[in-house]
Design a protein around this ligand. Sequence first.
Ligand SMILES: [Zn+2]
Length: 196
Amino acid sequence: MIIFCFIGIRMEGQMGLGKTDLAFLEAVKDAGIVEAIKPELIDEPDGLVLITCGDCDHFPNLYNWLCKMYTTRIHLLVLNGGGLLLPSESRVNGLCEDAVLIQHAKAAMEMKGIRSAIFSAHYPCGAAAERGLNLQNVCRYIALGKKRLKRSIRSLKKVYSCLHIDYGDDKQKTYGVHTKEMAIFVRLYKTALSVL
Ligand SMILES: [Zn+2]
């Protein structure tokens, strides 16, 4: 048992961006589907509900990035996988976490008078790796997650979708994701690869 745990930790540490992931990331960046969020675009004086993965090696980078851009009010909802738990078909979701997150986001908005949300998925993510998700799958879930959140909480004014990437060598970066375009891109990319 101890040996298995040790191997698990080693594998987690060795997770990284493979060639396929990097090629996909470059393609969505080139297409402008994944890009830096300009601080002035976040105009939310009432605050934001943040749904994210609590990975201790990545969460601080994401949170510091957000605080640098936006320091007013951030209400945290943190579970392993974060935004990947939101789609109803998510393979990461095993305990109805989608319903739990949506319910808590609604409650937080009502309690704190917040009208907008920001959610993120990160890559590599242990929860995603455990379910065999690659970067394309993660980006597809981000697109589905936004749709689910907006459909489930009608009072939401705006939802910001983010992708946090750990490039290794202490380089981590958070991007905004255009989810409608991402949903189409993932579908076309998959088809393009299948005919090669
Ligand atoms: Zn994670």
